[in-house]
Design a protein around this ligand. Structure first.
Ligand code: 1GP
Length: 245
């Protein structure tokens, strides 16, 4: 089964949760441990990536270590062309919709596409929209940040992503931000846009994850929280448990 089919099948039962692992933040063995605990805690998939470039060997080693620990799908979430690995099950092939720099809209994509084809990784086209404050992703991606109080701007970009044929829309607040994407913005997008809505940035608790899911998020992403907790399984259980119906 393709990863996209897996995602769509799971979404029929309600919102799901993915755990984001940055290969630069720990060694492969530690990433494997995090993945195992996250799987035991009930996460539905693993995303691999970071805003700042990753080293190919770290990425390859991390995915292989994760695959030894769990059979959950591994999905690349690349910040740049360096974020591609033949070992992943799929890639979120993203365009940073609101970048000022064409490199992040189609340039990096053109540079990476031949590699993706050669590696045979499943491609999942995704629109990536960065909302204030945007964090490192907003800075690195030179994003013209969507104002938090302007859900209609997010809706407009979301519709554009859908009409361009993208399969998912990611509303990114920025990794480690203090306040996640406002529920009003998620709700506005969900009411107008038909493709599944992915939400991430600053979600650290079951309560915040539930607020995003209740507002209409289909896939809730948490990254930083697994880096900062000693009991990954317990934390993911809290968050994934709050997301699942
Ligand atoms: C970053 O949205 C993700 O791209 C996850 O954010 O690290 O704040 O969970 P956090």
């Amino acid at each position: 089964m393709s990863v996209f089919t897996y995602i769509m099948d799971r979404l029929r039962e309600g919102p799901i949760h993915f755990t984001l692992i940055d290969p630069e933040k720990q060694d492969p063995a530690a990433a494997g441990e995090i993945a195992r605990e996250a799987a035991e805690g009930g996460t539905d998939g693993l995303m691999l990536g970071g805003s700042v470039g990753v080293m190919q060997s770290d990425l390859d080693g991390t995915i292989l270590a994760i695959k030894e620990q769990t059979s959950l799908p591994t999905i690349l979430f690349p910040g740049d062309v360096s974020g591609i690995s033949r070992h992943a099950d799929a890639i979120f092939f993203m365009s940073l919709l609101n970048s000022r720099n064409p490199y992040f809209i189609t340039g990096a994509q053109a540079a990476g596409a031949p590699l993706v084809k050669r590696m045979g990784v499943e491609v999942i086209p995704m629109g990536y929209l960065i909302v204030e404050p945007g964090g490192m992703a907003g800075y690195v991606g030179d994003a013209r940040l969507v104002p938090r109080a302007k859900p209609e701007v997010a809706v407009a970009y979301g519709l554009a992503a859908q009409y361009l044929g993208m399969k998912l829309l990611y509303l990114e607040g920025g990794s480690g931000i203090s306040e996640p994407i406002p529920p009003e913005m998620i709700g506005a997008v969900k009411s107008q846009v038909e493709i599944p809505v992915v939400v991430g940035g600053g979600i650290r608790s079951g309560k915040a994850a539930k607020a995003a899911a209740d507002a209409g998020a289909d896939i809730i992403i948490t990254g930083t929280v697994v880096e900062n907790t000693r009991d990954v399984k317990k934390k993911i259980k809290e968050i994934a448990g709050a997301v699942h119906r």
